[in-house]
Design a protein around this ligand. Structure first.
Ligand code: SF4
Length: 843
């Protein structure tokens, strides 16, 4: 028999954790390099779980961007879930990367992606778990340099005690500059402090230890650099996105990602100027990719991954100048491939009717609309001017095209909000429900306004906790019985976000106190540790009322020493206009309003309006119909090593994507949501290897089985091996019906049970007339193992047996071992169960 080794576990006790595929790596698209042949090793740390990190486009851009430089090896690491952390700590191990299993402490650089403020506690925890001193001041020569970037690094001060350098702005320009510095540092054997200093001179970098906060009578008065010549930390902008490729071979996650799709960024930046929106200010000016590039990346990424969904991404996708022709070209491409298209960030009034009808050709998963405020007055305050009649008309039109699910996003606690505005949320939601028509599902969600740095509302107060609760409770009551589903953000997490968003260096103490108390995954409402936060606020001496209150415009703010390319005067003027409920037009249509984002060096609004036109649309008509006849092929495959941790749904997704990449003439079900015709043998429990898994795939044409075998073999990830493909009759019984028995072998070489004891167990079993067992706790009737289990034996460090299918029922191998040999959880961890074969009817 061929090898059937268990993959060396990422950490001991690994078999016990939820979703082991979060920790194994080896995905198609993951990048493997020889660490000994690079100048610099970077651990790209995402302070949340794998499924969220793997859905983050920015993280993927950074991973592929750094790895495109042959001098650098960038690997991935995610925050381990509670159970995995417990196992890592228990075994005295360190948090390690997916690609090579290297502990964080062994890297040159650890680069955190900060997508929201509440990730801060996970940053500290990952450093600690990775064997890296949590405080930047405690790090010495040989310790990694910790860098953090991302939208929520706009105000770096709360994390400045823990991070050596922050990177501000678009990541693309820094990849090679950082590699240059690290290569020189390695060649010249620079000490750590010299490397940090060199990094500080890279454009976009901010090293907080080179800046000292100043106070007068305990009041913050500003920041001073330690060296007068030190440049002002300034946000970097990738001026022309067409010069920076998107990943066209993104990693295909094994564990189901939150967004299991290809994300193609059509534009960065937004100049609509919503006054609460941090991303809208942070990513200015607008830069659009050319339609040719968008389509090129989309098609290449679909070819390379086999994803079933494609998403066009931007802060407001509907504003993309060339959306119409790009979408039409992609609709034709995607329909033929049975790939869905989604536009996750549409704004009321930006989806032309003709485009909506193109999208209507796909499954209508739901439409998300974000009025944010429910009255015209408040929408003028926040500078999101959308007419109510226009909203209602749009929903009516979408409902007429078949959309039945609408999600509405509101914000409560916006500056100047009154009771009338709160009641307006109820009224507008009801009007939209009525426009959506009978049977439509409408969900209204309300988050709480959090004032963010570098926005016109950075000086505004945030609602206190009890007032958030009161307004949420009012909305819950008023929307009750309306048929509208009501959702809201946990008020406690919003308050904490508010403190960290505008905090200064005093927040360092708060975060350390939280770390001591084990706070982590704070954005996960169910895991929000209220006691830890209350105690830590008190221990750090943070006055919540002051932290959430109005800031004086005349007073310095903790982030004023950073140039985010947003002029303070512009923000002040926008704030004044907000209080007069006066809108400011989008600079693309209303002319420049001197926000400060553009400059004479080429950083300016770049629209794709003048990019070359796409070739004339070829079809636009229905896709080629599938033939009436089809062929059916049975695939036999092995599952070993890392792949034994794939759950059944994960395995199905891996196969579907691999089959799409083969470009075989796959057959799909009909309808709006075509499904690949692929059927597997009964699911194998996680952790069990197999020499004999089966799947039937249906093709629209006859294909030589060896051709299928060769193509599929080249596409499946590590741990799966296609061993055979045979053609079978289309009408042959289903796999579920055809299997009559399964054989197993259990490697017990790591067990200390004497063989005689195992033989005695077999003897005892064989002499019984029956052995009734419950398959599950809720089983009403027991099953008799004597009817199912045959040919049980023990020899040469292996237990072997077969289980029959009786009246359509089968028993799990684990159940046999548990009842006949009294295996415990501990025993199971030391053995490897392998499904060695199956018997089929008429075989
Ligand atoms: S500087 Fe002017 S043109 Fe550029 S983003 Fe700001 S407002 Fe728009």
């Amino acid at each position: 028999m061929e090898k059937k080794e268990r993959h060396p576990d990422p950490f001991p006790g690994f078999g016990r954790v939820q979703r082991p595929t979060r920790y194994i790596g080896g995905e198609v698209g993951s990048i493997m390099k020889d660490p000994a042949k690079v100048n610099c090793r970077i651990a790209l740390a995402f302070p949340d779980v794998y499924e969220i990190g793997m859905s983050h486009l920015g993280y993927s851009i950074v991973y592929h961007g750094f790895n495109s430089d042959r001098r650098v090896y960038a690997e991935r690491v995610f925050a381990p879930w509670f159970d995995a952390e417990e196992e890592i700590r228990k075994a005295n191990q360190k948090l390690s990367t997916l690609e090579t299993g290297t502990p964080l402490s062994d890297f040159d650089i650890i680069g955190f992606t900060l997508s929201h403020e509440l990730a801060a506690t996970n940053v500290l925890n990952m450093l600690d778990l990775g064997g890296v001193p949590v405080l930047a001041g405690d790090r010495r020569d040989g310790d990694p340099i910790v860098i953090a970037g991302g939208c929520s690094a706009a105000n770096p001060e709360p994390l400045s005690d823990f991070i050596d350098a922050f990177y501000l702005g678009d990541a693309e320009p820094v990849f090679s500059e950082l590699a240059d510095v690290l290569t020189e540092a390695r060649e010249k054997k620079w000490p750590r402090n010299k490397i940090v200093e060199a990094i500080a001179y890279i454009g976009g970098m901010y090293v907080p230890s080179f800046f000292d906060p100043q106070y007068e009578n305990g009041k913050f008065t500003g920041m001073l650099t330690r060296t007068q010549s030190f440049p002002t930390p300034t946000r970097r902008v990738a001026a022309d996105l067409d010069n920076y490729p998107l990943p066209d071979k993104p990693v295909i996650p094994l564990a189901e990602a939150v967004h299991n799709r290809i994300a193609v960024e059509v534009a960065r930046g937004c100049t609509r100027g919503c006054r609460f929106c941090e991303a809208g200010m942070y990513y200015r000016p607008v830069r659009e990719r050319s339609p040719k590039n968008v389509i090129g990346y989309a098609c290449a990424a679909l070819d390379n991954t086999g994803h079933e969904e494609l998403s066009l991404m931007a802060l407001t996708t509907g504003d993309y100048t060339r959306l119409g022709e790009t979408l039409r070209a992609l609709v034709d491409e995607c329909e033929e491939r049975r790939v869905e298209i989604s536009l996750p960030s549409m704004r009321f009034g930006t989806l032309e009717k003709s485009l909506a009808s193109e999208l209507a050709r796909f499954r209508k998963t739901g439409f998300t609309l974000a009025p944010e405020a429910a009255t015209d007055r408040l929408r003028r305050v926040i500078n999101k001017v959308i007419d109510e009649e226009q909203m209602i008309a749009e929903v009516t039109a979408l409902a007429g095209m078949g959309w039945k699910q609408f999600k509405l996003y509101f914000i409560i606690g916006l500056p100047t909000e009154t009771e009338k505005d709160i009641k307006g949320i109820v009224e507008l939601s009801k009007k939209i429900k009525s426009a959506a028509g009978k049977g439509a599902k409408v969900t209204a969600s309300a988050s709480t306004f959090v004032p963010k740095p570098f926005t016109p509302f950075q000086w505004e107060a945030m609602l206190p906790l009890d007032e958030i609760h009161r307004r949420q409770s009012f909305l819950r009551t008023e929307l009750g019985g309306s048929g509208i589903k009501w959702k809201y953000h946990d008020a406690r997490t919003s308050v904490v976000e508010g403190v960290l968003a505008r905090g200064g260096r005093e927040c360092g103490r708060l975060l350390l106190e939280l770390h001591k108390r084990g706070a982590k995954f704070c954005a996960w409402t169910d895991y929000f540790n209220k006691e830890a936060w209350n105690e830590s606020f008190a221990a750090a001496g943070i006055d919540l009322d002051k932290a959430l209150g109005t800031k004086e415009v005349a007073d310095p703010l903790p982030w004023d020493h950073i140039d985010m390319r947003i002029d303070r005067k512009f923000l002040e003027s926008e704030r004044e206009k907000a209080h007069r409920a006066e809108p400011t037009p989008d600079c693309r249509v209303g002319g420049c309003v001197d926000c400060g984002a553009c400059d004479s060096s080429g950083t300016e609004t770049r629209l794709a309006a003048d990019a070359p036109a796409l070739p004339e649309r070829k079809s636009g008509q229905d896709i080629s119909p599938q033939p009436e006849t089809f062929s059916r092929y049975r695939i036999t495959f092995r599952k070993f090593g890392k792949a034994i941790f794939l759950g059944h749904l994960e395995l199905k997704s891996v196969f579907e994507k691999a089959l799409r990449r083969t470009k075989l003439p796959l057959r799909f079900t009909r309808g709006f949501h075509p499904q690949m015709r692929l059927v597997f043998s009964p699911p194998l429990p996680v952790g069990i290897a197999s020499e004999a898994e089966l799947a039937d795939v249906f093709l629209n044409e006859e294909v030589e089985p060896n051709k299928i075998l060769d193509r599929l073999r080249a596409e499946v990830p590590e741990g799966l091996e296609i061993t055979r493909v045979t053609e079978i009759q289309p009408q042959q019984s289903s796999l579920q019906q055809a299997i009559t028995a399964t054989t197993y072998s259990v490697d017990i070489s790591q067990l200390e049970i004497p063989p005689a004891q195992l033989e005695k167990s077999i003897y005892n079993f064989e002499k019984l007339d029956e052995m009734p067992v419950m398959r599950k706790q809720d089983d009403r009737a027991p099953m008799d193992l004597k009817i199912f289990v045959q040919d049980i034996s023990v020899a040469s460090g292996q237990i072997k047996f077969s289980t029959d299918v009786v009246d359509g029922f089968m028993v799990r191998a684990a159940l046999v071992l548990e009842h006949i040999f009294e295996f415990t959880d501990e025993t199971f961890e030391k053995v490897l169960i392998t499904k060695t074969g199956i018997e089929m009817e008429n075989s």
